[in-house]
Write a protein that binds this ligand. Sequence first.
Ligand code: PLP
Length: 375
Amino acid sequence: MIFLDNASTTKIKNEIISEIEKSCQLFFNPSAVYSKSLETKKHVLNAKEQICNALGVTYNDNLIITGSATEANNLAIIGSARKKDAQYIFSQGEHPSVYNCALELKNRGYNVVFAKLKQNGEVDVDDLSKLLENDTCFVSIMHVSNETGAINDIYRIVKLVKSKQKDAIIHCDGVQAFGKFGINVANLGVDMYTISAHKFGGPKGIGALYVKDIKKLKPIIFGGGQEFGLRSGTENVQYILAFGKLCENLNIQENYKKVDEMRKYIIDFFSNKNDVTINSTLNGSPYITSISFEGVRGETLVHMLEEDEIYVGTGSACSSKKGALNRTLEAMGKTKVQNEGAIRISLSSENSLDEIKFACEKIYEKFLILKEKLR
Ligand code: PLP
C-alpha cells in the first residue's frame, strides 16, 4: 500500500501506540482528590507542558485540550463571538471546521466577511487590509492550507491586523503546520492557535487550542468545569499523554528535508504534461500538493488508483460531498474542469522516494487511460 493522503490523517506511530497502552494503567480521574488522581493530573500537566514547548510557549494555563481540532476551532470562534455589529473576518480558503463556524455566526446575525485568496492559494493580504478598514473584533486565518499547502505569512498578518485594529482577536488554524514546521506561537503573535494530533502520527479524536488570554473566551459546552471551565468533560488522559509524547519527539528538519525531496519529484514529474495543472507552489508546504487532471474527475482517478493500493485525496476529506466543487480551488480562480479533476497528494516522512516515483507513474498512466475512455 502507498498512502498519500496524509493531510486527512496519518498512521499512528508505534511509540505512540506503546505510550497509549502504557498509560491505560493510569485510569484515574484527574479531578478526584486521592493521590492516584493527583499523580494522573501531574502526568496530564507534564503532557501539556510538552505540547506547549513544541508551540514555543511556556505552559501557563493557556492550553485547552479538546476532542478534535474541529472542536478547538468551534471553541475559538463561537466562544469569542460577542458584538454583532463589529466585523468577523475569515479567509475564503478556511477548513470547514472554521468556514462553517463563520456561516453559523452569519446565520446568528453577526457581521461576517471573507478575505479573498490569491491565485497561489495564499490569503490576499491587500484584500484583508481593505476589510480591516471597518471595525473588526475577530480575524481567523489558517496557517497552511489543507487543500493546496499554501502558507500564509501569519507573522505579517498579525502585524497588519494589530496596526489597524489593535483589540481584534486573532485566531489561526495551525493543523497542517504544527508538527511539520518549527512553530513559535509567541513570535507569531496570535491570540489563539489550533492543533490536532492525528495529522502527524498521533491518535484521532484529540486536538488543542492555545489561548493567550483565557478570560477572553466563553465555553461552548457546559459541565464539570474541566479545562478552566472552557471544555468540560473528563480528560482523555491516554490521548493527552500520547499527544505530549508526540510533541516531545518531533523531527521537524529531517522530515521536512525528506518530504521536500519527494514533493520536488512530484512537481518535476507533472510539470509540462498536457492537461495537467499543478495548483500548489514551491513556496508552499512540501507536505501537500494539489494537481488538476483536466477532462477527468478527481474522484474517479482516486478510485482507479485504489485498485493498485495507492491512496490519494480529492480534497478535504471532511468536505468531499458528491458533486460539490472545491471551495479553495474556486477561490483561487481555477476553472470548473480543473476543479473537478483535482486530486491532493499529501505526504508524511513515512513515505519514500521510490513510492513516490511509482505512484507518479501510476497516476499519470491512469489519467491517460481515463482520458482515452472519455474521448
Ligand atoms: N483544520 C485543518 C486545516 C484540517 O486540515 C483539519 C483536518 O482535516 C481540521 C482543521 C480538523 O481536524 P480534526 O480532524 O482534528 O477535527
